[in-house]
Design a protein around this ligand. Structure first.
Ligand SMILES: [Fe+2]
Ligand SMILES: [Fe+2]
Length: 279
């Protein structure tokens, strides 16, 4: 792990600390994927999540500063803009040329973010915000995603059970980070479809995110077996191919939705919302 969360990084406002943990987790995952050369698909998904979550964190942190009447809010916003610009630059250079994201760039960015921002800049607003419980509650309630103009309340995410079946452990870590960030804590991850079926026959999840290409059996075969075993979970098929290609090859009553890799955090949560809450 590149950076470990520690008490030194704590600001004392719960949603801020929770966001910082998610961001550190994502940055560690970026580092992991770069170190493991073949992880470009996962790296794309991690960078997507990092950009979205950075934007989200800055939005609600700035809301907190505004509601708490923090005097130096404009300076803080300027630093956020600069950091967001850097995250987006890494993201865009990756999608322009997948070999271009260098571990040294990411490491130095991470270091400047942590040392100069969380430890110095964010720590500065601590005294102005620590006793403003109402401001923290209001800012903390800003949702990560809006679906169809509404959003899923935090406590409803907490009721969901999700299974991920994907033979790539780095992808499993990323999906868990995104799901935990919105409050989904009932997450099971398995790298083998047969283990996934065994888990689901004991206690079905609400939604199963399943990779299409796996060694043991394909996602389509997995979904067919789910049908045979009368497991009621909804299956979302994940694919490195385009959704159109997959849909033209695979149609199954047991598959509720398709999602393309690199996975975008908003699309992932949106598809879960559509297949479960709005089903
Ligand atoms: Fe900040
Ligand atoms: Fe922050």
């Amino acid at each position: 792990m590149l950076v470990k969360w520690s008490k030194d990084l704590e600001i004392g406002v719960p949603f801020v600390d929770a966001d910082h943990k998610v961001l550190i987790n994502l940055l560690n995952q970026v580092d992991n994927c770069i170190t493991e050369q073949e992880e470009t698909t996962v790296l794309g998904s991690v960078l997507e999540a990092l950009v979205s979550y950075t934007d989200y964190h800055f939005t609600r942190e700035e809301k907190l500063l505004e509601l708490a009447g923090y005097a130096a809010i404009d300076e803080h916003k300027d630093v956020h803009q600069m950091l967001f610009h850097k995250v987006r630059a890494i993201y865009h250079s990756f999608f322009a040329d997948r070999e271009s994201v260098r571990v040294d760039d990411v490491r130095s960015f991470l270091q400047s973010w942590l040392t100069s921002h969380i430890l110095v800049e964010d720590a500065k607003y601590r005294d102005a915000c620590i006793d403003k419980a109402d401001a923290a509650t209001q800012a903390g309630m800003i949702p990560f995603i809006h679906t169809n103009g509404s959003h899923v309340p935090f406590d409803e995410w907490g009721l969901l059970r999700v299974l991920l079946v994907d033979d790539n452990p780095n992808f499993g870590k990323l999906i868990s980070t995104i799901l935990k960030a919105v409050g989904i804590t009932n997450i099971e991850v398995t790298q083998t479809p047969s283990e996934g079926l065994a888990l689901m026959s004991r206690r079905p999840a609400d939604v199963i995110l399943c990779d299409w290409v796996m060694d043991e059996m394909t996602g389509t075969e997995f979904a067919a077996k789910m049908g045979e075993m009368e497991i009621p979970s909804r299956v979302v098929m994940l694919t490195g191919y385009s959704v159109d290609t997959l849909q033209s090859k695979v149609t199954s009553a047991n598959i509720s939705a398709y999602l393309e890799k690199p996975v975008n955090a908003h699309d992932l949560l949106d598809v879960i919302t559509r297949t479960t809450f709005n089903a």
